[in-house]
Design a binder for this molecule. Structure first.
Ligand code: CP
Length: 312
């Protein structure tokens, strides 16, 4: 089986069959990662550039590790320290890198739509979106889905809650697309100023502003960071007040009185959206999410390498 596209630009463009194929392939790569020799030569003749125009810890390391585990050659590019500061455009930068016989591009960019722009201009090169502005973060949603399935067995019919800054979160948007396509029920909770007013009708998700009620509803709670770097106006009074109203605390979970799986895409702001005694508890699968990210990204890269551009 093959993916229906030679790019991974967003979950919006994937079919449920594409998503299932990636998640099933990732199960096989997770098994590879448990072996003493955690490598397969599947991408031995492939060269991949990791093009990061925005900061990252998890996604960048995870992609690089996935590429190395598949035997690919990798090049890491950061906008800081490059000729971007001399005025070189995104397309010129990528065309110059591709002229050195690079096969695939993994890109993170602060501009929403940047990977779609590249894919339009470079249809024969596989472009993988590693997070674009406030648009999508498809591999995060895929690793979140993989982690939910691993923990509670399925996505279909499960009640998944996204908490916090839904407005500015590419993780939220990709998660909502994926979970709805795979038959999960989705609810969002957070301050009204951080939840798009159109989300209920446009994306068929439930909205609950009372966090305790939302937690009582869900099987899994995915806690999101406040994206202060993407907010150009004051949308809540203070981080302290945010923590009081929407912070996931041990006391709140005890009041809810239900075993909920706790997730967070990272980076965590401890004491703001989540307290340490929740993030580091047995209820939390935050580090399993990070671990699963490598297997999921191996699956994405492996499957994209098998799609011929002329098939699209
Ligand atoms: N979850 C995530 O995208 O983390 P990084 O920004 O560290 O890559």
């Amino acid at each position: 089986m093959q993916l229906s596209s030679n790019h991974l630009l967003g979950i919006k463009e994937l079919s449920p069959a594409d998503i299932s194929l990636i998640l099933d392939t990732a199960v096989q790569f997770k098994e590879v990662l448990q072996r003493p020799v955690k490598k397969v030569p599947s991408l031995r003749d492939i060269t991949i550039v990791n093009l990061f125009y925005e900061n990252s810890t998890r996604t960048r390391i995870s992609f690089e590790l996935a590429e190395k585990r598949l035997g690919a050659d990798t090049i890491n590019f950061s906008a800081s320290g490059s000729s971007v500061s001399k005025g070189e455009t995104l397309l010129d930068t990528v065309n110059n890198i591709l002229s050195m016989k690079v096969d695939m591009v993994v890109m993170r960019h602060s501009a929403s739509g940047a990977p779609h722009f590249l894919a339009r201009h470079l249809p024969a090169t596989a472009i993988v979106n590693a997070g674009d502005g406030i648009n999508e973060h498809p591999t995060q949603a895929l690793l979140d889905a993989f982690s939910i399935k691993e923990k509670i067995g399925a996505l279909e019919g499960k009640k998944i809650l996204l908490i916090g800054d839904i407005m500015h979160s590419r993780v939220a948007l990709s998660n909502i697309y994926l979970l709805k396509k795979m038959g999960a029920e989705v609810m969002v909770s957070g301050p009204p100023t951080l939840i798009p007013p159109y989300i209920k009708e446009a994306m068929d998700v439930q909205v609950e502003y009372n966090l305790k009620k939302a937690l009582q509803w869900c099987d899994v709670a995915n806690v999101l960071r406040i994206q202060l770097e993407r907010q150009n106006q004051v949308l809540f009074s203070s981080l302290r007040e945010y923590n009081l109203a929407y912070g996931v605390t041990r006391k709140l979970l005890e009041e809810v009185g239900k075993e909920i799986v706790i997730m967070h895409p990272g980076p965590i702001n401890r004491g703001v959206e989540i307290d340490s005694d929740v993030a580091d508890s047995g209820q939390s699968i935050i580090l399993q999410q990070v671990e699963n990210g490598v297997a999921v990204r191996m699956a994405v890269l492996y499957l994209l390498a098998g799609v011929k551009p002329e098939q699209n």
